[in-house]
Design a protein around this ligand. Structure first.
Ligand SMILES: Nc1nc2c(ncn2[C@@H]2O[C@H](COP(=O)(O)OP(=O)(O)OP(=O)(O)O)[C@@H](O)[C@H]2O)c(=O)[nH]1
Ligand SMILES: [Mg+2]
Length: 236
């Protein structure tokens, strides 16, 4: 059962009626009061989180992107809704930017990302972004992935900036990542480009699957996502 996406094989990948940038917060008491399934985007600073969100949503400037990394020190929630239901995309600050002082890095990491992931938010899936050109996760990525596995946060991998590699090296890098990450075939890391839109359909399909199987903590019969069906609106 598709929730926000439709997989008709046509050009229409995402069917969302409304996108609202509603919340920016630093502390749990500022998190959105509304409890909807959340899809969180995680990764090193500058890996392309905001660009990927914009690309998935078909918007150029919804999530602020920057050539100078390490600037984002807040969590941004985007509320998506369609006939089928609603959810939040959560743009988390990037970790590991070396030029940011250690104290701030700890603050950003521990108090924003960690706090979010340990909170009781209804997290349907975390999308872990990795730069495809690196060929393997960095140490910090490894720590993040280990942590996601330990805590049992469902997650999928996107290999960003795939347009920067030619076809051969791109396929090879994707294979390397799959091997290192030990993913199953159906959860294989998705090469993704915000420039060419490579991987957009695959990623939506994975997100959609997770949403469709997500059991809301306050699970009841009137859960919007349990009752959903494909939406009817045009591509965002
Ligand atoms: N060629 C190419 N460049 C990309 C792609 N995705 C992002 N970029 C560039 O990489 C830089 C960082 O992108 P952002 O989307 O701001 O990265 P971010 O992970 O949100 O960064 P922080 O918010 O600082 O953590 C920008 O200059 C983007 O234009 C991509 O798929 N291909
Ligand atoms: Mg960003």
């Amino acid at each position: 059962m598709a929730v926000l996406g439709a997989h008709s094989g046509s050009q229409e990948i995402v069917k969302i009626q409304q996108i609202e940038a509603v919340y920016r917060s630093r502390r749990p008491d500022d998190y959105p009061p509304e409890r909807l399934p959340e899809i969180a985007f995680l990764g090193r600073s500058n890996v392309g989180k905001s660009s990927l969100i914009n690309s998935l949503l078909g918007r150029k400037k919804l999530a602020a992107t920057s050539k100078s990394p390490g600037k984002t020190r807040e969590i941004a929630w985007y509320r998506l809704s369609g006939a089928a239901g609603a959810c939040f995309f959560v743009d988390l600050p990037g970790y590991g930017y070396a030029k940011v002082p250690q104290k701030i890095r700890q603050e950003v990491w521990a108090q924003l990302i960690d706090t979010y992931l340990l909170s009781d938010r209804p997290l349907a899936v975390a999308i872990q972004l990795l730069d495809i050109r690196r060929g393997k996760p960095t140490d910090l990525d490894e720590q993040m992935i280990h942590w996601l596995r330990e805590v049992g946060v469902p997650h999928i991998f996107a290999l960003t900036k795939s347009d920067k590699l030619k076809r051969g090296p791109r396929a090879q890098a994707a294979q390397e990542f799959a091997k290192i990450l030990g993913t199953s075939e159906e959860d294989a890391p998705v090469p993704f480009s915000a420039v060419t839109a490579e991987g957009k359909r695959e990623l939506w399909s994975l997100i959609d699957r997770r949403l469709a199987h997500y059991e809301h903590p306050s699970s009841s019969d009137d859960n919007a996502f349990v009752q959903t069906h494909e939406t009817e609106v045009t591509r965002a």
